[in-house]
Design a protein around this ligand. Structure first.
Ligand code: FCB
Length: 474
């Protein structure tokens, strides 16, 4: 497939064919609990991830985010690092428990102060702050009242969003409500691999709805407060039938697409849950948590859809197979184990699946998109000889996925930007610190940062607004 993108402006360097559109946003992403540390400082309240990571057996080797990358204290140096890489934008998350330690009620001004300083530091270095309001660190007090299974959490989220907007809205243009509600709902309440660690399909579906409702309420509130660019970040499953010629496999993929993708995309962009998904949800709950008018709220207009992509999913029909807990309703469906090549976290590498995913969402919903996360876990550390981190596998991963983006752009996808996951090695949720996704290596003993080979490569891509090569993406 050819990835030729015409670049019109005459004072731009000649397009090589692997050039991104003018104005394409280049960034890196992080999330509050994964990097900040300072868990008990300046009035921050406990989050569900503090509780979860302290529960024996939940997180690899009992790791917690107490210190993480100590970014809370090192943000000035970290922003300097970003500037050194030439990042145009930085996607970070505001930690709700820093702003409202109990999830509702009194505002902790010192929490807002931190993000205010960070925002100014970024802008001062010419880096556009892209704010995500929720990346999984729900205030524990809200979880004690049912968390995302409780409608009040959605209302509380909208209130919290307005508090943050009131402080940063004069400088922050792009506002993302939620990061990957699929994970919050299905990993948090479905298979319990993430906080709060519950295994109950009914609660998972209630969480799906209240997350979406929280998004819609927040989007409405932020819009009327004047927010410029609104978005939500999803991690749509790039699901395909193992045998596209087998109607039973195709039907299996349709179910997984429904429970994983259309359950979010349809109410967001068409204002209604799809009938087949309502039927699946109805097997587990009486649906009374979905009230008249909710879908219209969820359908609040947004400007750009954030896409996080790492790996594809292949499914086949397999009678007798119990449901995967992260996909309620998937009885009789087998999820194929990843086949090589895989990254060090065991995720199959398939850039073409990203192209298919972007093309499909574009064709079905016609919405502008931004890759808000894409990256790879490799454990490569500093080499004994040079002291450098030669993470060439990560360079290959980024390169091939950026080519996949160019393929999608040539298909007509309105792709506005790309955020590498992640700026820094960090706390990788249930995997703790053993998985490393960073462009920049972090030594957790000394907190020393060391840009990897991939960071240098990425900064060249940014400077060039494109990849090196002949223009034939593979
Ligand atoms: C995504 C999360 C992000 C990170 C990457 C590897 O699902 O949004 O925080 O853990 O996976």
């Amino acid at each position: 497939m050819t990835a030729t993108v015409e670049v019109e402006s005459s004072d731009e360097p000649q397009a090589s064919g692997l050039q991104f559109p003018p104005g394409f946003v280049w960034g890196a992403a992080t999330a509050s609990y994964q990097i900040e540390g300072a868990a008990n400082e300046d009035g921050r309240g406990p989050s569900i991830w503090d509780t979860f990571s302290r529960t024996p057996g939940r997180v690899f080797a009992g790791h917690t985010g107490d210190v993480a990358c100590d970014h809370y204290h090192r943000y000035v140096d970290d922003v300097a690092l970003m500037a050194g890489l030439g990042l145009g934008a930085y996607r970070f998350t505001v930690a709700w428990p820093r702003i409202q330690p109990d999830g509702t009620g009194p505002v902790n001004v010192r929490g807002l102060d931190f993000y205010d300083r960070l925002t100014d530091e970024l802008i001062g270095k010419g880096i556009d702050p892209v704010v995500t309001l929720y990346h999984w660190d729900l205030p524990q007090t809200l979880q004690d009242r049912g968390g995302w299974t409780n409608r009040e959490t959605a209302e509380a989220f909208a209130e919290y969003a307005q508090i943050v907007y009131a402080r940063l809205g004069d400088r922050v243009k792009t506002w993302t409500t939620l990061n990957e509600p699929w994970c919050s709902a299905y990993l948090g309440y479905g298979n319990g691999v993430h906080a709060p660690g519950i295994q109950d399909p009914a609660q998972a579906f209630q969480a799906v709805h209240h997350l979406l409702l929280g998004h819609g309420l927040a989007a409405q509130a932020l819009r009327s407060a004047g927010a410029q660019t609104l978005s939500i970040t999803l991690n749509p499953t790039a699901v395909a039938p193992l045998d596209p010629g087998n109607p039973a496999d195709v039907a299996a993929a349709r179910i997984v697409d429904g429970v994983g993708n259309r359950v979010f995309l349809e109410p967001l962009f068409r204002g209604a849950y799809p009938q087949d998904v309502l039927e699946i949800m109805g097997r587990f709950t009486d649906l009374s948590h979905i009230r008249d008018g909710d879908e219209a709220i969820i359908n609040a207009p947004i400007d750009v859809l954030g896409i996080n992509y790492y790996t594809p999913t292949y499914v086949s029909a397999q009678p007798g197979q119990p449901a995967a807990l992260d996909t309620p309703g998937s009885e009789g469906i087998a999820f194929r184990k990843p086949v090589g090549p895989v990254t060090d976290i065991g995720w199959q590498i398939e850039p073409g699946a990203l192209t298919r995913l972007l093309n499909r969402i574009h064709d079905d919903y016609g919405v502008p998109m931004m890759i808000t996360e894409n990256g790879a876990a490799y454990l490569t550390g500093p080499s004994a000889g040079t002291g450098e981190v030669e993470d060439l596998e990560r360079v290959d991963y980024f390169d091939s996925h950026l080519r996949a983006c160019l393929d999608a752009i040539s298909h007509g996808v309105d792709l506005r930007g790309y955020f590498a996951w992640s700026l820094l090695d960090n706390f990788e949720w249930a995997e703790g610190y053993r998985m490393r996704f960073g462009l920049v290596h972090v030594d957790y003993t000394t907190q020393q940062r060391l840009p990897k080979r991939s960071a240098k490569w990425y900064s060249e891509v940014i400077a060039r607004n494109g990849l090196e090569g002949t223009g034939t993406a593979g």
